[in-house]
Structure formats: C-alpha cells, structure tokens
Design a protein around this ligand. Structure first.
Ligand code: FES
Length: 97
C-alpha cells in the first residue's frame, strides 16, 4: 500500500496500486475540487510535494493542459489524471491554490 498524505485536510490514507486520486479524494472526503474529470478544466490541479515516482506518468493531454498555467508546473499534476502505480511508498499532495 502507498501512504498518501492530503496536506490541506490533514488526511493520511493507505491506497492500493492502481487506485485513482479522484477515488481517494472522494472516499476520504478531502476538500480537493474536481470539475470536468477528464483533464480539460484544471480545477483539480495540485502539487505533488513528494512521491511523484509512485504515480502514473503524465500523458500528453495532461502536459498540454498544465502548460496553460503561467507558473512553474514542476510537481503539478491534475488529480483527475493520476493513479497510484506502486505497491509501497509515500506521497504528499497539496491543493486548493
Ligand atoms: S477535473 Fe478538470 S482537469 Fe481535472
């Protein structure tokens, strides 16, 4: 299981491989917001402060969407496009900016 810390809500949760971050947010009641849920609206942008290596790689659509932001996108991900891809690890995520 991968331990995910949702910093803004002080939620710590253990998540199995392949689970989506959208599922995690919904199940834990985190205040992370979602809009389109398909990588178009940027509502769910969040910063992965550590543990990026335990998530799936960005696809072309996510990369293009994040390029619209006029800020350093290092560490940013669209939570609706993220899945856990590891059996163990630690991920810290902040959001709501
Ligand atoms: S909810 Fe729209 S990009 Fe993630």
């Amino acid at each position: 299981m991968v331990n995910i810390f949702l910093e803004n809500d002080n939620i710590n949760v253990k998540v199995p491989n392949t689970k989506s971050l959208r599922y995690v947010a919904t199940k834990t009641g985190a205040s992370m917001e979602f809009g389109c849920r398909v990588g178009d609206c940027l509502t769910c942008v969040a910063r992965v402060k550590s543990g990026m290596e335990f998530l799936n790689k960005k696809n072309d659509k996510e990369i293009k969407a994040l390029e619209i932001l006029a800020m350093n996108v290092e560490g940013l991900r669209l939570m609706c496009q993220c899945n856990v891809e590891a059996d163990e690890g630690e991920i810290v995520i902040s959001y709501g900016f």
